[in-house]
Design a protein around this ligand. Structure first.
Ligand SMILES: Cc1cc2nc3c(=O)[nH]c(=O)nc-3n(C[C@H](O)[C@H](O)[C@H](O)COP(=O)(O)OP(=O)(O)OC[C@H]3O[C@@H](n4cnc5c(N)ncnc54)[C@H](O)[C@@H]3O)c2cc1C
Length: 413
């Protein structure tokens, strides 16, 4: 089978790339071993987090580090056995989380975040997926004054980038979300982000629109990508797909394919869990709510109320250890009347993450015709469509809407 461009991976990133390329007239084949949007892009909290100028940084104060090491912070867990493998990556993450590192991150990611919502709306409007989207931002709740102070300290930088965080009273919070219990001391409403009721549904809608435009979706396990004269072959069980260009958008699985090409990038995973709950009798929620010190988000989705956990540092394929879910569920029940669990097994996904918290978007070094779009960590659902636009512009030779240099894979040389 022959195509112009092969896109490996039909998560939100790969699907948005395939769709952007198809919209510019290219013949594209999108390959995934599952259906579109059934892995990490299925189970996230569904925030188009347009306001995430501050990264999820590695803490620099001793108390916060000690709490994580001693497993006293429900937002973070780790496997002892993963630490030797992750040590170098963690050190680089810690370094990138310095005050200067955070400013560099903010300056860089702002260029993508600024268009993140508009690019979703462009694709969702054309794909008939706007019904998944809702305004209203998200609400961050603080159980302690110290937590609220930390949040306040982020306002000046956010405002510099045109964002509009607003500290609100407990009464105002309850007016927005009447079924929350007032167990918190303070709240901040971030109105700029939007959220969706089904991130997997959005990804599937974009894939369906891609198909309607003439794109091909192949369900196959693409374990290898091999250079061929004039292009690349995605090797599958039934032979392969040949294209002049190939884009690797395999999220946490990218190293499986890149390693055999001699491309070693410092990609690790930050695992996370979710569980769906029925809402208690008569209770409802209209937007995502973060319980900062509780270390979880609850958000209304098609399945019910989805509780997503913070970060687990572990090997990607290590067995599930949903300790954070068991820890945060009682905290969430204090805050909101959750009914019974709706699944017997928690869902687990892996945020693909580089230590500098920025994705890699651009050409693979020294491999003409091969492109990379990986490592969107906590913001993959937010940034999928804008990444799709950036890659499509770079591949077509058009002037990209932003300087892609900070996203180059060569920064890790
Ligand atoms: C708990 C949690 C909450 C989150 N909340 C948010 C949020 O609110 N907002 C936000 O923006 N981001 C959020 N994220 C992050 C976001 O979900 C990810 O960054 C994003 O989904 C990554 O998308 P992707 O397309 O790179 O990867 P994926 O969605 O994982 O897609 C990769 C695809 O590659 C396919 N694949 C793998 N190997 C092969 C192979 N050999 N052959 C063929 N196909 C293959 C997989 O089947 C998969 O479909 C959250 C993540 C987690 C875990």
């Amino acid at each position: 089978m022959k195509t112009d461009t092969i896109v490996l991976g039909a998560g939100i990133v790969g699907t948005s790339i395939a769709l952007n390329l198809a919209l510019s007239g290219a013949k594209v084949t999108l390959i995934d071993r599952r259906g579109p949007g059934e892995e990490t892009s299925y189970g996230n909290a569904g925030l188009v987090e347009r306001a995430s100028i501050y990264p999820v940084a590695f803490p620099h104060d001793l108390k916060a580090i000690t709490d994580i090491v001693l497993k006293r912070n429900p937002a973070a867990n780790y496997h002892w056995t993963a630490l030797p493998v992750l040590a170098r990556w963690m050190y680089a993450y810690w370094r990138a989380s310095s005050p200067e590192g955070i400013l560099h991150y903010a300056r860089t990611i702002a260029n993508l975040l600024a268009l993140s919502l508009a690019e979703h709306e462009r694709l969702a409007g054309a794909a008939g997926a706007m019904h998944y989207f809702r305004e209203g931002g998200w609400l961050k709740l603080y159980r302690t004054e110290a937590g609220l102070d930390r949040e306040r300290s982020e306002f000046p930088l956010a405002r510099q980038y045109g964002l509009t965080p607003r500290e609100i009273t407990i009464e105002e919070s309850l007016a927005l979300e009447p079924h929350l219990r007032p167990i918190f001391r303070g709240a901040v409403l971030w109105s700029d982000p939007h959220s969706v009721s089904s991130p997997g549904g959005v990804t599937k809608a974009y894939a369906e629109y891609f198909r309607k435009l003439g794109g091909t979706i192949v369900q196959a396990d693409a374990r290898a990508l091999a250079p061929i004269p004039g292009g690349w072959r995605a090797v599958t069980k039934d032979g392969g797909v040949d294209g002049a260009n190939a884009v690797v958008a395999l999220g946490p699985w990218a190293p499986d394919v890149l390693r055999s090409l001699g491309l070693r990038l410092p990609l690790a995973v930050k695992r996370g869990y979710h569980m769906h709950y029925a809402a208690g009798a008569g209770a409802s929620l209209s937007r995502p709510v973060l319980d900062e010190e509780g270390g979880y988000v609850i958000t209304p989705v098609e399945q019910g109320i989805r509780l997503t956990t913070g970060v687990e540092f572990a090997r990607r394929d290590a067995h599930k250890t949903p300790v954070q879910l068991n820890w945060t569920e009682p905290l969430a029940r204090e805050l909101f009347p959750l009914g019974p669990r709706l699944e017997s097994e928690p869902w687990m996904g892996s945020r693909p993450a580089f230590p500098d918290m920025l994705p890699v978007v651009g050409p693979a070094p020294g491999r003409p015709g091969l492109w990379l779009a990986i490592g969107h960590q906590h913001l993959g659902f937010t940034l999928g469509p804008v990444t799709g636009r950036l890659i499509a512009e770079m591949m077509s030779g058009a002037t990209p809407f932003t300087d892609p240099t900070p996203f180059a894979a060569t920064r890790f040389r």
